[in-house]
Design a protein around this ligand. Structure first.
Ligand code: ATP
Ligand code: ZN
Length: 293
């Protein structure tokens, strides 16, 4: 156990100790300007420059810790929230840890629709999600709870179908499974204890939330500089949506201007192509470190 004791004054955040969410969670915290040490044996870290303690736990325990108030905040997959349905407040979708809970069957199976699953045995680590899904679809199946390696259970003859998480589909393919249908999509979520939002901690939670939002906003935009003839400014403004007042400065070359603006990542390429076609030149694109909203 670490020598330093957890302090009640600090905000507490639980994150996954080691797994699929860990790396990107640590990156988000660091990008939000939090300084702390983290290495595998550590149970918790104290931030040097923010009254925050980070607890490293199993992902399955995070929502329970937040619900009970053992920690104020947690970062956990939506899948765990859907499965456990804890009484916690969702604060922010974090845009990583993307995956889907799906129903899958062996490739050569003659099961072709979920209706064929009536009376079949289905193994999963997400029994509540699976039960809800089959009930909603009027299917009565036998749900068997398995804690790990669900994908091998059809080959072992334990189940005829599985309900499991997948992101790229490669584990499914590797185990000769075929996805029948999706149940829900998931991503990492920042959740809070209900009380943390009403007592003296709210101010700190809000501060942290603003920082996280700043990191996320920066990720979804690019900073773009370009040169263009003055007379096409109106057209360029039409191309970049939401851009009412870009920074415009005159160039030495008469009749030419330099324009600086931000463009949303998801429409970045199509926008840049349109700008080029309209007559913009020397387009320079820069990543944005943070956007404070
Ligand atoms: P722990 O030891 O913390 O219990 P775990 O093995 O249960 O870890 P991981 O496999 O590391 O959990 O997954 C953690 C979370 O990552 C999942 O709950 C889910 O939100 C997300 N995730 C993203 N992609 C996938 C995927 N392909 N399979 C499973 N989970 C995924
Ligand atoms: Zn787990």
């Amino acid at each position: 156990m670490d020598k330093k004791k957890l302090s009640s004054k600090n905000l507490k955040l639980a994150i996954q100790k080691e797994g699929r969410l860990t790396e990107e969670t640590l990156e988000l915290l660091r990008k939000a300007g939090l300084e702390f040490e983290s290495y595998k044996q550590k149970l918790f870290s104290l931030c040097r420059n923010f009254p925050l303690e980070i607890l490293y736990v199993r992902d399955d325990d995070i929502s329970g810790y937040v619900e009970k108030g053992i920690v104020d905040l947690g970062i956990v997959g939506q899948n765990i929230l859907n499965e456990k349905q804890p009484k916690v407040r969702k604060l922010l979708n974090l845009r990583y840890g993307f995956c889907s809970l799906v129903v899958a069957v062996p490739k050569e199976s003659d099961i072709s629709t979920i209706k064929n699953l009536n009376g079949k045995t289905i193994s999963t680590s997400y029994p509540q999600s699976a039960k809800r899904f089959f009930k909603e679809n009027g299917i009565s199946a036998d749900i068997v709870k398995i804690s790990g390696s669900v994908e091998i259970t059809p080959a072992l003859g334990i189940a005829e179908a599985i309900v499991d998480l997948t992101s790229s589909g490669s584990t499914m393919a590797l185990n000769d499974l075929r996805v029948l249908t999706g149940i829900y999509d998931s991503e990492a979520i920042l959740v809070a204890n209900e009380k943390a939002l009403t007592n003296g901690r709210k101010l700190l939670v809000d501060k942290l939330l603003t920082r996280f939002k700043g990191v996320l906003a920066a990720r979804s935009y690019k900073y773009v500089m370009m040169n263009a003839p003055e007379n096409i400014l109106g057209r360029l403004k039409e191309i970049v949506p939401g851009l009412k007042s870009p920074t415009v400065s005159p160039l030495v070359q008469k009749g030419w201007i330099s324009i600086q603006t931000v463009i949303k990542e998801e429409i970045f390429w199509e926008t840049v192509e349109k700008l080029k076609k309209a007559g913009a030149q020397g387009i320079i694109v820069l990543p944005i470190e943070k956007i404070i909203i």
